[in-house]
Design a protein around this ligand. Structure first.
Ligand code: NDP
Ligand code: 8X3
Length: 257
C-alpha cells in the first residue's frame, strides 16, 4: 500500500455525499486536499472539521465544473504549493428528473451533460498534463451502474455515465506509456443528496428510493476509492462496480416490506 501523506488530492463535489466522504478518508491518511464545489459554505464547514480532526491542510475552490473558463483559470492560478496534483477524483455530478425521453426537459439534459461529461473533461484536461510532466498521478472518475445498464427514465443520466465509462477507458489508453493511473468507480444505489437533487428538492420522493433497502453509504464508496489509490504504483484498477447486497442490477432491488 502506498502512502498518501502530503499527496495533493483534488476532490470535485466535496460539499456532499461521496465527495465529502472521500475528503474524510483522504484527510485521515494525511493528504492535502483541494476541495471543489459551488457551495463554499459547505466546503468551509468541512475544511474546518477536517483541520481540527486531522490537522491537514485544505484549499477551497468555489467552482462550477461546467464553466470551462473558470476551471481553466482556477487550475492555472493554484499557488505553487498546491499545483503539483497527485490524485484527481472527478466526483461532481448529478441527475435531474426521471422523465421519458420524448417528454424530457432540455434544461435537465443540459445540466447533466454539462456537469457529468463536460465538467469531468475540463478538470481532466487542465490537470492531467501536469501529472504527465511530473511522471506521477491518478485519475478516479465516478461512473455508475447507470453507465452499464440503462433504466426507464434514466435515458440522459445513463448516457452521461456511459460517457464517463468511455472517457475512462479512452484516457487509460491515451496515457499508456506513462505512470499515470486511471480508475472508474461505478456504484449502484448510494444514499446521498443524489435523489433529492434528481427530484428537484422533493424529499419525500427521494426517501422512497431507499425505502426498505440498505443502500451503500458514501463511506462505502470512499473506502473503495481509497483502496484503488493506495495500491502499488504498477497496479491499475481499471473499473470497480459496487452495489448493495439488496441490489442485483440497476432495476432489480430487494425491498423489505
Ligand atoms: P450528492 O448530490 O450528495 O453530491 C453531488 C456533489 O456534486 C455535490 O457536492 C455538488 O456540490 C457537486 N456538484 C454538482 N454539480 C456541480 C457543478 N456544476 N460544479 C461543481 N460541483 C457540482 O451526490 P453523490 O455524492 O451521490 O454523487 C457524487 C457522484 O457519484 C456523482 O457523479 C453521481 O452521479 C455519482 N453516483 C452516485 C450514486 C448514488 O446512488 N448516489 C450512484 C452512482 C454514482 P454543489 O452543489 O455544492 O456544487
Ligand atoms: C446513480 C445510481 O441507479 O440511481 O448513478 O442511476 S442510479
Amino acid at each position: 500500500m502506498i502512502s498518501l501523506k502530503n499527496q495533493i488530492v483534488v476532490i470535485t463535489g466535496a460539499s456532499s455525499g461521496i465527495g465529502s466522504a472521500c475528503a474524510r478518508v483522504f484527510a485521515g491518511a494525511g493528504a492535502k486536499l483541494i476541495l471543489v464545489a459551488r457551495r463554499l459554505d459547505r466546503l468551509q464547514q468541512l475544511a474546518d472539521e477536517l483541520s481540527k480532526e486531522f490537522s491537514i491542510e485544505t484549499y477551497l475552490l468555489q467552482l462550477d465544473v461546467s464553466d470551462r473558463h473558470a476551471v481553466e483559470s482556477s487550475i492555472i492560478s493554484l499557488p505553487p504549493a498546491w499545483s503539483a496534483i497527485d490524485i484527481l477524483i472527478n466526483n461532481a455530478g448529478l441527475s435531474r428528473g426521471l422523465d421519458k425521453l420524448h417528454e424530457g426537459d432540455w434544461q435537465n439534459w443540459e445540466e447533466m451533460i454539462d456537469t457529468n461529461i463536460k465538467g469531468l473533461l475540463y478538470l481532466t484536461r487542465y490537470i492531467v498534463p501536469g501529472m504527465v510532466t511530473r511522471g506521477r498521478g491518478h485519475v478516479v472518475n465516478l461512473g455508475s451502474i447507470a453507465g452499464h445498464q440503462t433504466y426507464p427514465g434514466g435515458n440522459v443520466y445513463c448516457a452521461t455515465k456511459a460517457a464517463v465509462k468511455a472517457i475512462s477507458e479512452g484516457l487509460k489508453q491515451d496515457l499508456l506509456g506513462t505512470p499515470i493511473r486511471v480508475t472508474s468507480v461505478d456504484p449502484g444505489m448510494v444514499e446521498t443528496e443524489f435523489s433529492e437533487v434528481r427530484f428537484h428538492g422533493d424529499r419525500e420522493r427521494a426517501k422512497k428510493v431507499y425505502q426498505g433497502v440498505q443502500p451503500l453509504t458514501p463511506e462505502d464508496v470512499a473506502d473503495v476509492i481509497f483502496f484503488c489509490t493506495t495500491r502499488s504504483p504498477h497496479v491499475n484498477i481499471n473499473e470497480v462496480i459496487l452495489m448493495p447486497v439488496d441490489q442485483a442490477s440497476a432495476t432489480l432491488v430487494h425491498r423489505q416490506t
